[in-house]
Design a protein around this ligand. Structure first.
Ligand code: NDP
Length: 337
């Protein structure tokens, strides 16, 4: 089964392997496969699910709701997000204004078919809305019981500090940040993690397997595997391409003996690696089919020894991205609309 961790400085626990449905549901895979994957997650002890209004232009929330139908609401944790436009491109369809946040939560609750979400996240930082307005809107949503906890995604250390202070003054907590983090993408270690530790904010980390690259199935100089995300021209291929570099893929192949020595599969090694960081509350994994989750959940509870961690660094540090400045480029400086 899957272990639980506290989310930030709160009494709320999440499954340390959390399932997310970005680029897969209502996009790369059909609805039957999507529902079967969510049911497999539940069977394996994953109770925490992450989605966003913008995934598949709202259709990912709908398919997640269908897959979770009949579950006891108290036994599952549902996360969603607001910020990006969801199809319409009107003047108020982007960002973290009070208007977009309230339209966002009402739409998500309807599509997810729930009275509340457990965690509502600002999908990016909005440079065009006063942070006071954003945090007041989140405070009101918490008071109305529409979301139990508030988090953010890809905020810088300074933005986390300012948001945390405002939340506190408004009587709620900022409990989490959702950044990209994997053995190949370590940019949160320099600033975001130390600040978050100080403030009592957890990381829920996305793409812990670098979108499948750390599974070792992409080989340097070879065509990408059939049916993999890299073949999904509709959506996924565009996102994974940043890792499909022969030097990166060759470095990843050096992990094969490291995983074998540790008695783990490559996916398990990748997920266990992010979970060694105590500021990480959950590895947010994706899966295009149920069998992948059977493999991946076995990373829960794994302790990697110092030799294994050193061997991973030796193989990957020459190609890993570590500069904290990369966090500053993730949120758009101006709105799309
Ligand atoms: P991962 O790094 O876990 O990649 C998942 C993909 O890797 C799968 O869809 C599958 O792709 C492949 N894979 C998974 N398990 C295996 C396995 N055992 N063997 C071989 N291949 C495997 O995470 P994602 O990139 O999917 O991101 C996870 C979640 O993070 C998202 O669903 C979303 O909730 C969140 N996220 C948040 C973002 C944000 O801005 N806040 C941005 C991006 C993601 P395939 O089979 O097609 O090759």
């Amino acid at each position: 089964m899957v272990n639980y961790r506290y989310l930030g400085n709160s009494g709320f626990k999440v499954s340390e392997i959390t399932f997310g449905n970005w680029v897969t549901h209502a996009s790369q895979v059909g609805n039957d496969a999507a529902i079967a994957t969510v049911h497999k997650a539940l069977d394996l002890g994953i109770t925490t699910f992450d989605t966003a209004d913008t995934y598949a232009n709202t259709a990912a929330e709908v398919i997640l709701a269908e897959a979770l139908k009949g579950q006891n609401r108290a036994e599952i944790e549902i996360f969603t997000k607001v910020y990006f436009p969801i199809g319409r491109m009107g003047p108020n369809d982007h960002g973290l204004s009070r208007k977009h946040i309230f339209d966002g939560i009402h739409g998500s609750l309807k599509r997810l078919d729930v009275d509340y979400v457990d965690l509502y996240q600002a999908h990016r930082y909005d440079y065009e809305t006063p942070l006071e307005e954003t945090m007041q809107a989140f405070a009101d949503i918490v008071r109305q019981g529409k979301a139990l906890y508030i988090g953010v995604s890809e905020w810088t250390a300074e933005q986390l500090r300012e948001g945390h202070a405002l939340a506190k003054s408004l009587g709620f907590q900022l409990v989490s940040n959702q950044p990209q983090y994997s053995a190949l993408w370590r940019v949160i270690e320099g600033k975001v993690v130390p600040t978050s530790e100080e403030l009592g904010i957890s990381q829920i980390v996305w793409s812990p397997m670098a979108q499948g690259v750390l599974s070792g199935k992409y080989l340097p100089g070879q065509p990408v595997p059939d049916g993999s995300r890299a073949t999904d021209e509709k959506s996924g291929a565009n996102f994974i391409k940043r890792f499909l570099d022969d030097d990166v893929l060759a470095a990843v192949q050096k992990l094969l003996p490291v995983a074998e020595q540790a008695g783990l599969t490559m996916p398990q090694l990748a997920i266990a690696w992010v979970l060694q960081n105590p500021n990480v509350a959950a590895a947010l994994v994706g899966a295009s089919r149920p069998e992948q989750l059977e493999d991946n959940v076995k990373a829960s509870g794994v302790k990697l020894d110092a030799d294994t961690l050193a061997a991973i660094d030796e193989a990957l540090l020459p190609v890993a991205v570590t500069d904290p400045e990369n966090t500053y480029d993730v949120s758009p400086k101006t709105r799309l609309v």
